[in-house]
Design a protein around this ligand. Structure first.
Ligand SMILES: Cc1cc2nc3c(=O)[nH]c(=O)nc-3n(C[C@H](O)[C@H](O)[C@H](O)COP(=O)(O)O)c2cc1C
Length: 183
């Protein structure tokens, strides 16, 4: 195999395509925010902890500093355009759920709403936040998980049906519905 050096700053580009989420938060005034994130992963099963990384200038980060709860919403191919709209830079306090014509969904255990059009909503309370270079890692303890009926098959996400979105970079996404089993 021939290999080439591409520069350490490009490591994140090849750790891709990445599962992509929309994080919903509120500030002290109760104003709702939504934004997409692809630096995300589960970090513990017991207790259930999941993480994402955000730059501190994002409204999402500011809101979490005020109200230490958030919802991780799992989008799919049907709302790719809407996901992109939530990623646009709107003034602080503007509700991207409304801007993207999506529907807020009341959460059970946390104050920020989820997104009704998303396949699943994972309600979290902040466990810890730690600086990691130019991003901060936000770890959330999962308090509730709800998923659209019939989205699981034998305990796994039914990717052929759900068509989850994976971020490749920029405006490029992969739809993760190609299932392959180890033979
Ligand atoms: C697909 C996608 C993935 C993104 N992933 C991240 C990420 O992991 N971390 C981050 O800080 N910003 C990420 N962004 C950028 C933010 O979503 C974007 O700057 C957004 O406007 C921030 O919104 P907010 O200020 O309302 O929180 C991503 C954007 C897109 C479109």
């Amino acid at each position: 195999m021939d290999f080439e050096e591409i520069g350490t700053e490009n490591a994140y580009r090849i750790l891709a395509p990445r599962p992509t989420i929309i994080v919903t938060t509120i500030n002290k005034k109760g104003e709702v925010n939504a934004a997409p994130f692809s630096f995300t992963m589960p970090v513990s099963m017991n207790p259930p902890l999941i993480a994402f990384a955000s730059v501190t200038s994002h409204d999402t980060y500011k809101n979490i500093a005020e109200v230490d709860e958030f919802v991780v919403n799992i989008p799919n191919e049907n709302i790719l355009k809407e996901l992109w709209i939530t990623g646009e830079k709107f003034p602080y306090g503007i509700n991207e759920i409304e801007k993207a014509n999506l529907t807020p969904k009341s959460s059970k255990k946390v104050s920020p709403p989820g997104i009704d059009e998303c396949v699943a909503c994972i309600e979290c309370k902040v466990h810890w936040i730690k600086k990691a270079g130019d991003h901060d890692i936000i770890v959330g303890e999962v308090l509730d998980v709800s998923i659209q009926s019939d989205s699981l098959k034998e305990g796994l996400l039914d990717v052929k049906k759900v068509k989850p979105i994976l971020h490749l970079g920029g405006m490029n996404f992969v739809v993760g519905d190609h299932l392959k089993k180890v033979e």
